[in-house]
Ligand binder design. Structure first.
Ligand code: F0G
Length: 465
């Protein structure tokens, strides 16, 4: 028997509407071949993101009914604080309404125009928040973490030689702290090894630099450490997480991932002076320090979600679900980023559709075809998102990879849904060069991928007859 153990059963369901191929074709044309423009109720399997899309448990829904909505000193805050201190171990716990606000508060308080922040790879909002302060976001992941075909157990690891080079160039004057994203979302949901975290921490301590984790997917990272790192198999995910955080000085957290809620976040710090300044800013832009932009009931759901995410039966099933969908694709020849990450499968559109040049958006064409053929929504991480004109030469510079990320919401889809997604990908593979590239009709000057309108290059169908 090789069927997985499913650590929950279904108590509440959400109706999914059957949408015909004709309707999907119309919707796609109307949305200008941009999946951000498709109404969510016209999607069968929505793998746009794993953020804020989790199914909450009965215990979380129960906790919502126990919300204490007092402006100051809500009992839910004290439970939230105690639960987070118990897992993360930091002194100050500052609630925010999502992860990017925790980033913004930290960066607004500590960065200047001269600052440089090293990270394995900054997630988009983290990079944007660093750059918004005029500072520099520096990615220092190991080289293996940038190659979609290399199999390596900890592709999220930081490269100490790159950190050395950054320190030599910028020194303590310009580097206020170092960040480490666990798991590394922008590099494919890849974990960081405990040994690497320890090394980065010693490196930081020797230079008197704080280490701050971007902890969105910390439980998934700890699960990979338990599975893949020597000597970790007998420990619990809670013990591993506690050790991970003991090497740092604080963390930013989007509770929309590993706290299993639909909205929420927080910032943890040991430094009293930073915490005080940030709390003052929090009161200005988010809310009082015992709710930070959330309702009391939201804090209760986060605390309960954090207790649930450390359940190893849950983690085994969750990460197994992502892996099984990836394996179903790989076995049948769909090129995917290796190894399969913790929260998503990334399809390599450059290898899957070699006949479409990057100027014709192969990953966007693939994402649209997944919707057209199966009602599946993923997200393009390729030229539509990243290609930009070089400011000196005026020439278009294309990103190294053309990927479609299929991020799996937690506790939402069955194995049948995910096997269906794999089937749709395999069918598209067999269509070969019938799949056409796209060209832009209209685009915004920044973050164009959210609103751009496109059309198939041949002026006809995305998939030619
Ligand atoms: N850091 C990482 C590593 C993330 O993946 C995200 C969000 C954030 C920070 C920001 O958190 O959305 O609560 O403000 N990632 C989502 C995604 C949006 O689809 O990967 P937020």
């Amino acid at each position: 028997m090789n069927l997985p153990f499913v650590p929950y059963r279904i108590k509440v369901v959400e109706k999914v509407r059957k949408v015909s191929r004709e309707e999907r074709t119309e919707l796609l044309v109307k949305a200008g071949y941009n999946l951000f423009g498709i109404p969510a109720d016209s999607i069968y399997v929505d793998l746009l993101t794993d953020s804020g899309t989790s199914a909450m448990s009965d215990a979380q829904w129960g906790a919502l009914m126990q919300g204490d909505e007092s402006y100051a000193g809500s009992k839910n805050y004290f439970d939230f604080e105690k639960t987070i201190r118990g897992i993360f171990g930091y002194k100050h716990v500052i609630p925010t309404h999502q992860g990017r606000v925790a980033e913004n508060l930290l960066f607004s308080t500590l960065l200047t125009k001269e600052s440089v922040v090293p990270n394995n790879i900054h997630f988009d909002t983290t990079r944007a928040n660093v750059e918004y302060k005029g500072a520099k976001a520096l990615d220092c992941v190991i080289d293996e973490g940038l190659d979609p075909e290399i199999d390596h157990p900890f592709k999220g690891n930081m490269d100490l030689a790159k950190l050395d080079a950054a320190f030599e160039k910028y020194g303590n004057e310009r580097i206020p702290f170092v960040m480490l994203t666990i798991t590394n979302n922008s590099g494919g949901g890849q974990p960081v090894a405990l040994a690497n975290i320890k090394e980065v921490s010693s490196w930081c301590k020797e230079r008197n630099l704080p280490l701050i984790f971007d902890a969105c997917r910390f439980a998934e990272n700890a699960w990979f450490i338990k599975q893949r790192e020597d000597g970790q198999q007998q420990r619990t995910v809670a013990e591993i997480s506690a050790e991970v955080f003991s090497y740092g000085d604080g963390c930013t957290m989007s509770a929309k991932k590993d706290a299993l809620v639909n909205i929420g976040g927080f910032l943890c710090l040991n430094n009293d002076e930073w915490a005080e300044k940030i709390t003052n800013l929090l009161i200005l832009i988010e809310g009082f320090r015992t709710y930070g932009g959330l309702a009391g009931r939201d804090l209760a759901a986060v605390a309960q979600g954090l207790r649930e995410v450390l359940d190893e039966d849950y983690l085994e099933y969750r990460i197994g679900q992502v892996r099984r969908m990836g394996e179903l694709m790989e076995e049948r020849g769909v090129p995917i980023l290796k190894p399969i990450g913790g929260h998503a499968v990334y399809v390599d559109a450059k290898r899957m559709l070699p006949h479409i040049p990057q100027s014709k958006f192969p990953a966007q064409a693939l994402a649209c075809a997944l919707y057209l053929e199966g009602g599946v929504r993923g997200v393009e991480i390729g030229s539509l998102m990243f290609a930009a004109k070089d400011s000196d030469s005026g020439e278009m510079v294309y990103p190294a990879m053309e990927l479609v990320r299929l991020a799996i919401p937690r506790r939402v889809y069955t194995e049948t849904h995910l096997a269906f997604v794999a089937d749709v990908c395999v069918n598209l593979m067999s269509m070969g060069d019938k799949l056409q590239g796209l060209e832009i009709v209209k685009e915004a000057p920044v973050l164009r991928h959210f609103t751009a309108k496109l059309k198939p290059v041949n002026g006809g169908n995305l998939i030619s007859e």
